[in-house]
Ligand binder design. Structure first.
Ligand SMILES: NC(=O)c1ccc[n+]([C@@H]2O[C@H](COP(=O)([O-])OP(=O)(O)OC[C@H]3O[C@@H](n4cnc5c(N)ncnc54)[C@H](O)[C@@H]3O)[C@@H](O)[C@H]2O)c1
Length: 443
């Protein structure tokens, strides 16, 4: 394989301009890049990154590159790549990139293979597809791999397979679903190196998952459909960090928001935030729009499709395309779906209703829009860059576990972000410090 696989290198100039545009909103990452270019904390490290190939990711790649890392970038979702950005990464920043928007599963895993062949010292994942592929190969569990990746892995000798893993000192993980998978690996004793759960940093999920997913998911649904949200019933499945953001932004657009949940605490919170809460079985009959953000499987299933109104619009913004049971809808439908607009597959059920699935059930904010705005990715990717630096310095003291981002890093990112926004805050006085650490003062 050559050292990149992208759609069209001629799109590079447009990509570079958009990367520059995003950079303006990423002051924290920019300041890290300036320091990295002097200190080179990642010098000599091969990094394989499996991330959404967006303008913000390009700025992270530039930062790691300035820090001395030798990087290969591959997509973490077949529909999330911005082809002009991939072109600019290759052409302008000399970062080998393997990502094409709309690539099929075989190409997606051919690209993951390129990341593996880079023999990384460090992995950087969004959803844990890279590390899980690495572990399945090392364990000889080829049946769990995409068939062409399995064929390649079967062709490697035992030594070559072990070699893939040998040099890895650690990794980082960007999203909730990836962290859940990694914690399951740790529990099953198959995690082979330490991984930092970037998602668990407060400066990541409080802002990226909530405000980033909230805004960009609405943006994706509107770009795909151009349907008015005001006055419509908008069903949000999952009231976690992403769900809270999405519900509040849908309400901001005038939609009547219904939340479905399985966790009583989250359901209670949604009620007190002023939303209707009900099971999906009931919400299915009412919704004009549906969007899942649970990280769970078959949240919208056959019985829900049966109850939906004619014209319902159904999307997902959770990590994998398993939240909506599209195969069940296919079975209930007459013929193949019609692509009635880009990213809108219209299914006709046997009883004559039209159900619209957006972006093939893949995360809609990246499929039909541009993903999170740069300002929140500034903090998420500052966490990635500083976690990579931390891993480079401390990997030999860490165990094969999932670690949180060190609190000092998290707080420093918040401080830098406020500073960049020109926002000042108070500091505790000596009296206050004393009072807050004492138990002696009472009524
Ligand atoms: N689109 C994006 O750009 C983007 C960004 C960040 C995270 N994510 C992904 O979004 C998903 C959610 O992330 P999060 O940080 O909000 O997670 P979270 O754990 O904070 O929230 C998930 C919520 O879904 C609920 N849930 C689980 N199964 C359910 C079901 N069957 N019905 C209703 N609710 C159910 C859980 O109780 C929980 O409250 C993950 O897959 C994550 O990786 C996507």
């Amino acid at each position: 394989m050559s050292n990149y696989d992208i759609k069209d290198i001629n799109q590079a100039e447009g990509g570079r301009r958009r990367i520059d545009w995003a950079e303006r909103e990423m002051p924290v990452l920019r300041s890290i890049r300036e320091r990295f270019s002097k200190e080179k904390p990642l010098k000599g490290l091969r990094v394989s990154a499996c991330l959404h190939v967006t303008t913000e990711t390009a700025n992270l790649m530039r930062t790691l590159h300035e820090g001395g890392a030798d990087i290969v970038l591959t997509a973490s979702n077949p529909l999330s790549t911005q082809d002009d950005v991939a072109a600019a990464l290759v052409n302008q920043y000399e970062i080998p990139t393997f990502a094409i928007k709309g690539e099929d599963n075989v190409t997606y895993y051919k690209h993951i293979r390129a990341a593996l062949e880079h023999k990384p010292h460090m992995t950087m994942d969004d959803g844990a597809d890279l590390v899980s592929s690495l572990f399945f190969i090392e364990m000889g569990r080829f049946e769990k791999l995409e068939p062409s990746l399995a064929a390649w892995a079967r062709g490697l000798s035992d030594d070559e397979r072990k070699e893939l893993l040998k040099g890895v000192i650690g990794g980082t993980e960007e999203t909730t679903t990836g962290v859940i998978r990694l914690k399951a690996m740790e529990a099953d004793n198959v995690l082979k190196f330490p991984v930092i759960a970037v998602n668990d940093a407060l400066t990541k999920h409080l802002f990226d998952n909530r405000y980033g997913t909230g805004q960009s998911t609405i943006d994706g649904i509107i770009r795909a459909t151009n349907v008015l949200l005001a006055g419509k019933n908008f069903v949000v499945s999952g009231y976690g960090w992403c769900g809270r953001g999405l519900a509040s932004r849908a309400r901001g657009m005038g939609a009547l928001v219904i939340v479905t949940e399985v966790d009583p605490m989250k359901a209670l919170e949604a009620i007190m935030d002023g939303y209707q809460v009900m099971p999906m079985g009931e919400a299915a009959q009412l919704g004009d729009f549906f969007c899942t953000v649970t990280g769970d499987i078959n949240v919208i299933d056959e019985q829900h499709f049966k109850a939906m109104k004619d014209g319902a619009i159904v999307a997902n913004s959770g990590h994998f395309n398993v939240e909506i049971n599209i195969p069940a809808l296919e079975k209930m439908s007459v013929g193949a779906p019609n692509l009635v607009r880009p990213f809108v597959d219209q299914y006709t059920t046997k009883d004559g209703r039209k159900i619209n699935i957006l972006g093939e059930g893949r995360l809609i904010n990246l499929a039909s829009a541009e993903g999170h705005p740069a300002s929140v990715m500034d903090m998420s990717f500052a966490n990635q860059a500083l976690s990579a630096e931390y891993m480079a310095k401390n990997a030999d003291t860490l165990e094969k576990k999932v670690y949180s981002v060190p609190v000092d890093i998290d707080k420093e990112i918040a401080r830098l972000k406020l500073e960049a926004m020109g926002v000042k805050i108070d500091t505790l006085t000596d009296d206050q410090l004393k009072y807050l650490s004492s138990w002696e003062e009472g009524t």
